[in-house]
Design a protein around this ligand. Sequence first.
Ligand SMILES: [Zn+2]
Length: 250
Amino acid sequence: MDETVLLPDRLLSGYRSFMLGRYSGEAERYRQLAREGQTPETMVIACCDSRAAPETIFDAAPGDLFVVRNVANLVPPYTPNADFHGTSAALEFGVQALKVRHIIVMGHGRCGGIKAALDPEMQPLSESDFIGKWMSLVRESAETIGANDLLTAAERQRLMERVSIRASLANLRTFPYIAKNEAEGRLTLHGAWFDISTGELWAMDQDTGDFHRPFEGHDFAAEAGQGAAGTGETLAGMLPATKPEDASGP
Ligand SMILES: [Zn+2]
């Protein structure tokens, strides 16, 4: 039994690095957070996808972000009934107990959940088809966008990723205390979309619903002193020229 594996090696070595590096650097902050409790100002609703971790993308310190992750970063509409509402429970705690000032719905490129929603041929992964049921939250727009053959598959995918963010923001506003806090200026809702392949972050304009890059054109590679020439060209080639309307809808 001495061969029992408590945790995968990769996690144990990662934890070791954490204790030697980040934890030792932030030990006092952890102790303070333990003593005084958490007071994050920002809640993030993100996808389970291993490539789009909000704490990594926003370089967050412990206590900074209150995060809930689910398949395709969806928010269901406010539905007080006997079902099990994990995301709604997190929203209730984040808004009512922690009194967060911002909620960000953050989508990402190449989202598997969104891909499944767009593909009517997709077979359920198990009899229960929890993913199919969950993704039916955006079924109507997925059917409309999925049927648009003027767009390429990649364009439909990106469009659906962004449309679903707008749908989740609308659903957030069906929660009475979220709508009230927003109306009274205590809470701001945001949309964001992370491009895994380039690392670029797009943020939603609340007035138009369009997505823009807050750092458009900024050469982070050069700033980091890594000799940006090649990387910069790659980035430019992978992104739409200027405006985010490349994936504008049907
Ligand atoms: Zn995803």
